[in-house]
Design a protein around this ligand. Structure first.
Ligand code: SF4
Ligand code: SF4
Length: 334
């Protein structure tokens, strides 16, 4: 039997999202990487090791996700993984577009890497490659098969936009055929290249989201995959929490910026940064000041950068609230 639950923010766990470089072999249309704000350098291994060590806390679960750009382009990714493992990180994930450079599968092992997490934005070659580039679908599928046959667990991330929402209901058979362990449905964030394209061309409406995504998630979970998708919308009665206030998530970029909220990443309002390899707080105003604002719409960053998500009554009050982008629904086998 499968049951759905809202995954509230854990105060017991720290999650570290570490972009070790920003370069990539692909040029996806909605890529959130913004080199002007995030840097264009690849971090040297010595720096990666120092920064990884800054987030480990004794007696607290700490998870790390290596990201880019394409993190497998970094020749020392395997050594960074080994360092994280040695420091006692509770779980280690590598996000990848599937090209798996630098022979990464043979340089780490399933005891060290908990999940390889692949991005695919269409159930068909045509839809995916229109967004992520020619040949990327076939390479990603090949990468997933190789990874599973080498003994690793896998996740698949599908970022929903107006362009590909019509294919998400075709994902269940593909997940089953591939043998994917976790399926993450994401909502497109209006940042990086997406900010240039515009919210109206990318983000699906509330009614589309609610009428399609929960059913697709249920169907996908029927294949034995654990499915996670963002809650996105809250009724006025549901309580709102900002992960920037109640949770420990850190989004690190190679220029040293450390954010607590992914929706802030297009702006120089990071609340922490590495200076001379030391993690320090930045001066005000920064994202922390925004997290404190209590507005009837819920998430303040959504109100600022994705206002088309909202609807108002004739008296000017919102019809519903927007949840924190990190609040998820999860369906898994009991
Ligand atoms: S694979 Fe990821 S980092 Fe590379 S272009 Fe696509 S979205 Fe951006
Ligand atoms: S998405 Fe909104 S609610 Fe979540 S951390 Fe950012 S500002 Fe806070």
């Amino acid at each position: 039997m499968k049951s759905k639950r809202t995954v509230s923010f854990s105060q017991k766990a720290t999650n570290v999202f570490f972009h070790i470089l920003t370069s990539c072999n692909l040029k996806c249309r909605h890529c959130y990487i913004n080199p002007e704000q995030h840097g264009e350098n690849a971090l040297p291994l010595s720096t990666i090791k120092t920064w990884i060590a800054a987030f480990v806390e004794k007696n607290k679960e700490t998870n790390i996700i290596f990201l880019g750009g394409e993190p497998t382009l970094h020749p020392d990714l395997s050594l960074a993984v080994k360092k994280a493992k040695g420091l006692g990180y509770s779980s280690i994930t590598i996000d990848t577009n599937g090209y798996l450079f630098n022979d990464i599968l043979s340089k780490v092992n399933p005891e060290e890497v908990d999940y390889f997490s692949f991005s695919l934005d269409g159930a068909t070659r045509k839809a995916n490659d229109m967004i992520r580039g020619k040949g990327s679908y076939d390479r990603c599928i090949k990468g997933i098969r190789e990874t599973i046959s080498t003994g690793y667990k896998t996740s698949l991330i599908y970022t929903v936009t107006k362009t590909n929402i019509n294919e998400i209901n075709m994902m269940a058979p593909l997940l089953e055929d591939l043998g994917i362990d976790r399926f993450f449905i994401q909502v497109i964030g209006i940042r990086g290249k997406s900010a240039k394209i515009g919210q109206d061309k990318l983000q699906v409406s509330r009614s589309e989201w609610l009428s399609i995504i929960p059913d697709v998630a249920k169907k996908a979970a029927g294949t034995g995959t654990t499915v996670t998708y963002p809650k996105v919308f809250l009724s006025l009665e549901e309580s709102f929490e900002c992960a920037g206030v109640v949770a420990e998530n850190y989004f690190i970029f190679p220029n040293g910026r450390v954010y607590r909220c992914p929706l802030c990443e297009d702006f120089p309002i990071h609340s922490m940064e590495f200076k001379d390899n030391k993690l320090v707080n930045t001066g005000r105003l920064n994202e922390n000041d925004l997290f404190q604002l209590n507005i009837p719409e819920g998430c303040v960053m959504n109100r600022i950068i994705q206002p088309a998500n909202l609807c108002y009554k004739s008296d000017g009050s919102p019809e519903y609230k927007i949840a924190c982008c990190m609040l998820k629904e999860e369906i898994r086998a009991d």
